[in-house]
Write a protein that binds this ligand. Structure first.
Ligand code: SAM
Length: 204
């Protein structure tokens, strides 16, 4: 018997109930990190603005998939691709099925060897910035999945000053990085240590 059993948790995002299985054995993404909840609430609050003209969305490092699943439920007209290491794909599939989603799918995507899974209107990611060895590969992956006018929304808990290097590296690669003021986040679910950050590229 596993000492780390699966356990189900219910979240409420934008009035929608979302069931998420968590699984300790799959790796660091086997539990829902706070940033996933914060960005999901942000997307629900600003859904009309964020999802207008968005037909496809990719989530990087989905973990359990909460934020990608919330996106698919909030915007049934868009196709959402949830990605992570192979070790997390079966948990993501379980959670897609748990929420009876037809407009979401999983895809294996390793930032060190990013396959071409397409270009997306909206790219989301939560709690992806914690290990400096991942910063370069994650930025490479953002370039691969984005196209002119893609919008990237990330929410990462800033735990150490070195985490800020990620945003400096992004600016050096041509991304315009904007911290969205916390008053735009859900009042009960905002945290100055986990800001929502917008990346766009000045495509010319
Ligand atoms: C801290 S967890 C966050 C999970 C989820 N986004 C959340 O907020 O609940 C970091 C996620 O990034 C994924 N990740 C880390 N390195 C990766 C890589 N090289 N390629 C793809 N995913 C990676 C992990 O597998 C994990 O799911």
């Amino acid at each position: 018997m596993s000492l780390l059993p699966m356990f189900l948790k219910e979240f409420e995002i934008g009035g929608i109930k979302i069931n998420i299985e968590q699984e300790g054995n799959v790796g660091i993404g086997g539990m829902v990190w706070d940033a996933a909840f914060i960005l999901s609430k942000f997307l629900a609050k600003h859904q009309k603005h964020v999802f207008s003209n968005v037909k496809n969305v990719v989530e990087l490092g989905s973990g359990t998939g909460l934020c990608g699943i919330a996106t698919a439920l909030l915007n049934p007209n868009c196709q959402v691709t949830l990605t992570d290491h192979r070790s997390h794909i079966s948990l993501i599939d379980t959670n897609i099925d748990c929420n009876c989603l037809k407009n979401a799918r999983s895809k294996e995507l390793d930032w060190f060897h990013p396959s071409n899974i397409g270009k997306f209107d909206l790219i989301i990611g939560t709690d992806l910035v914690y290990d400096p060895t991942l910063f370069g590969p994650l930025l490479d992956t953002l370039d691969i999945v984005s196209k002119p006018n893609s919008l990237i929304l990330l929410c990462n808990e800033v735990r150490m000053s070195r985490d800020l290097d990620f945003y400096k590296m992004a600016q050096e690669r041509g991304w315009q990085v904007t911290v969205i003021p916390s008053e735009f986040s859900d009042p009960e679910n905002r945290n100055p240590e986990s800001p929502v950050i917008r990346f766009v590229k000045n495509w010319k």
